[in-house]
Structure formats: C-alpha cells, structure tokens
Write a protein that binds this ligand. Structure first.
Ligand SMILES: Cc1cc2nc3c(=O)[nH]c(=O)nc-3n(C[C@H](O)[C@H](O)[C@H](O)COP(=O)(O)O)c2cc1C
Length: 203
C-alpha cells in the first residue's frame, strides 16, 4: 500500500520528533520519544540506543507505531517514565492522537556514523522500516526542531552586542550546537539560513 507521509508534512531527508509506541511479547505497551528520518518511498529510519525498552520491543516484535503530536505532556510523560495502559489504543497507538503510522521493520544494523556528542561507549541500532498505514484523526504536521533553533539563534544574535563577554561566549557555544542540530535534522532552507547567521556570529 502506498502511504503519503506528505499529508503530515513529512519530507524526504528531514528528521521529525515523534513518540514511538511498542509492545513486548506479553503485550505490555511502552512509549518513548524518538527521532524519525523520512528517507522517501515510505521508508523511515531511526537510531535507538541499546538498553532501551523501545529497541528491545522493536527487535522482538519487528513492528511499531509512530505517533505524531505536539502535546508537551505526552512528550514529558513518555520521557520521564511510561504512559499508563489507559493511554493506549488496542493497536498500540496513543488514544486521541492527532495522527499515527504503522511500521514494519525491514532492516536492523549496528550504528557506525556518529552525528552527535554521545559517548562512543553508547552503542545504537539503526532501524529501517516500511510504513504500512497512516491514520490521520486531525490535521497536523510532524514536529521538526530546526526552526526553533533558528529563531533562538536569531534572538540571541540581536542581544549579542548588549550582553557581557561570558554571555557572548555562551551564545556562540549555543549557536554551534544549534547549527549542528539543524544540519542534522532540518529543512534545506533552514540549513542555508543557519550558514548566513553563522557569518554574523563570526563577525
Ligand atoms: C524529542 C526526543 C527525541 C529522542 N530521540 C531519540 C532517538 O532518536 N533515539 C534514542 O535512542 N533516544 C531518543 N530519545 C531518548 C529516549 O526517548 C529515551 O532514552 C527513552 O527513555 C528511551 O528508552 P525506553 O525505550 O527504555 O523508554 C529522545 C528523547 C526525546 C525527548
């Protein structure tokens, strides 16, 4: 079945922040925020650190659900603990979620390339999956964190000349990290815009 992820604003080569829900062999459900890269042709890629329950469930069940939401409470609850059983639908999606899609795992391999500052002792698995079904309950665009970084970088830039040296250095360090993240997850126009902002920080 052909699934059109552009209906939830997803573009090839861009990473979105989602909440993945899974279940284990006994049917116990689990939720955790995970970044999903859309690589085109209904294929999504995610990289999950070893030791996580989400990874264990995906490896054992070979399927998972990607929930699309901007609900801060769901992100906080699923990061700091687990969602209780009454948050879940029968098919493992989150109740009343704006949109979700179902994935079947088609490939698992050890992550080699490191694109973040996480210590090398933290190993991860790259999961390649096929999207089999998209359910939209309410119009929503999958969340991408690039634009927030861009606005924050611009806001700090306008204050750079009116803060003390320590704060200026902090803004420069923050910008370096912001640019790294936008390069990794953002849209092309955000990446080129961050290059323009860099020239201003370098001045
Ligand atoms: C917005 C966001 C995105 C995240 N993306 C990832 C990711 O892509 N891979 C990963 O391993 N952990 C990611 N995490 C961290 C996991 O959600 C967290 O470690 C979680 O507890 C996974 O472990 P669990 O499955 O045992 O709950 C992310 C966290 C947040 C808040």
């Amino acid at each position: 079945m052909n699934v059109d992820l552009s209906k939830i604003g997803m573009e090839k080569g861009v990473q979105y922040e989602t909440i993945i829900t899974t279940s284990n062999s006994e049917g116990a459900r689990h939720a955790a925020p995970i970044g999903i890269l859309y690589s085109g042709n209904n294929i999504v890629i995610c990289r999950i650190f070893k030791g996580s329950e989400t990874l264990n469930n995906i490896v054992s069940q070979k399927e998972f659900i990607v929930n699309i939401t901007h609900n801060p409470e769901l992100f906080v609850l699923s990061t700091t603990g687990n969602l209780s059983e009454d948050y879940f639908n029968e098919d493992n999606s989150i109740r009343n979620i704006d949109a979700y899609f179902k994935c079947d795992v088609i490939g698992l391999k050890e992550a080699k390339k490191r694109s973040d500052p996480v210590r090398t002792s933290y190993e991860a698995i790259v999961i390649k999956s096929k999207v089999t079904e998209l359910i939209i309950n309410k119009q929503i665009r999958a969340f991408n964190r690039g634009f927030g970084y861009l606005i924050e970088s611009l806001s700090n830039l306008t204050r750079k000349s009116i803060v003390d040296g320590d704060k200026q250095n902090e803004y420069k360090t923050n910008f370096k990290e912001a640019r790294r993240v936008v390069n990794k997850v953002g849209y092309k126009d955000e990446i080129t815009s961050m290059n323009k902002i860099k020239r201003e920080y370098d001045d």
